[in-house]
Design a protein around this ligand. Structure first.
Ligand SMILES: *[C@@H]1O[C@H](CO)[C@@H](O)[C@H](O)[C@H]1NC(C)=O
Ligand SMILES: *[C@@H]1O[C@H](CO)[C@@H](O)[C@H](O)[C@H]1NC(C)=O
Ligand SMILES: *[C@@H]1O[C@H](CO)[C@@H](O)[C@H](O)[C@H]1NC(C)=O
Length: 289
């Protein structure tokens, strides 16, 4: 039993998304009409209508860990809507890791856009379609983050890696505590089919649902305290800092390559009109060498 569960952990992370009441770790950022806490806090609905966007955020700030949530996206005509689940620090040199779900006309595929900001610089968009209908039932989206690597997962499958390339001069998010945020908003200026399909307010309210409010991450009480940051970087007690989580194993690399070859529809690394010289981290992050 012990051996089995340890083996499972190496392949996919299983500890985030525990069923904990919303109010223990999170609070609403919008009013009760737009952030609806349901079933005693085991589920939250974000509601976008003509009056307001919707959101919630974590009470704590964190540095490294395994952070994820179960999300059921806006169904039907979701064109123009953006459902975002992301980590972000404060200030103009902020770090950020994003899952952004770009809605679409009924029956057309959602796009998942991911991005990584480090010390205020983003411009690292990647886009993929999904191998399931993200509007029917809850699906898990998560990040495993330590001082050497950030791995984005969809349903436990690695879909994107951002490694620490500070040695090559690329900043990496490793010393600013982040909050965890979810939001649902009108992104029709750019989100759907390049901004050509507007949001249809006749189809409002738009609703996205969230579950799994446990947080398995290192909580930072004061982000100005070096000792707080140092203790989050230390391995003791922080399983995601231990040896086996510093890089993907062969099996995970195989899955990552397979998924990326089938579902990635845009990658800043290969957008030569935007970046004639691919950003330096690109050669290293995709295990293609
Ligand atoms: C929406 O559907 C169209 C047509 O299938 C597709 O080209 C586009 O990538 C989809 N997603 C978004 C967010 O526009
Ligand atoms: C969040 O949830 C975890 C359990 O998953 C708990 O240990 C922690 O104290 C909670 N609160 C904050 C602010 O992280
Ligand atoms: C971290 O610092 C920023 C200012 O740079 C502040 O707004 C924020 O509340 C701080 N967070 C914590 C957890 O101390």
């Amino acid at each position: 039993m012990l051996i089995l569960s340890m083996a499972a952990l190496v392949v996919i992370q299983t500890t985030e998304c525990k069923s904990i009441s919303f109010g223990e770790n999170y609070s609403a950022s919008t009013d009760k009409l737009h952030t609806r806490v349901k079933s005693g806090g085991s589920r939250v609905e974000l509601v976008l209508d003509q009056n307001s966007a919707a959101g919630f955020s974590s009470k704590g700030k964190y540095l490294f860990g395994s952070i994820g949530m179960k999300i059921k996206l806006v169904s039907g005509n979701s064109a123009g809507t953006v459902t975002a689940y992301y980590l972000s620090s404060d200030g103009d040199q902020h770090d950020e890791m994003d899952f952004e779900f770009l809605g679409n006309s009924s029956g057309e595929p959602y796009i998942l856009q991911t991005n990584v900001f480090a010390k205020g610089k983003g411009d690292r968009e990647q886009r993929m379609t999904l191998w399931f209908d993200p509007t029917s039932g809850y699906h898990t989206y998560s990040l495993r983050w330590n001082k050497n690597i950030i791995v984005f997962y969809v349903e436990g499958v690695p879909v994107r890696v951002f490694r620490n390339n500070e040695a090559l001069g690329v900043p990496f998010p490793n010393n600013q505590a982040v909050g965890i945020y979810a939001s649902l908003w009108d992104g029709s200026a750019w989100a759907t089919q390049g901004g050509t399909v507007p949001l249809d307010w006749d189809a409002a309210p738009f609703v996205a649902s969230f579950q799994g409010f446990g947080v398995d991450a290192c909580q930072v009480i004061s982000n100005t305290s070096d000792s707080d940051v140092a203790s989050c970087k230390a391995s003791s007690g922080n399983w995601w800092n231990t040896e086996s989580y510093q890089d993907l194993n062969k099996n995970q690399i195989g899955k990552l390559r397979d998924i990326r070859s089938k579902y990635v529809v845009y990658d800043y690394c290969t957008d030569t009109s935007r970046f004639p010289d691919p950003p330096v981290e690109c050669a290293i992050n995709w295990y293609e060498g």
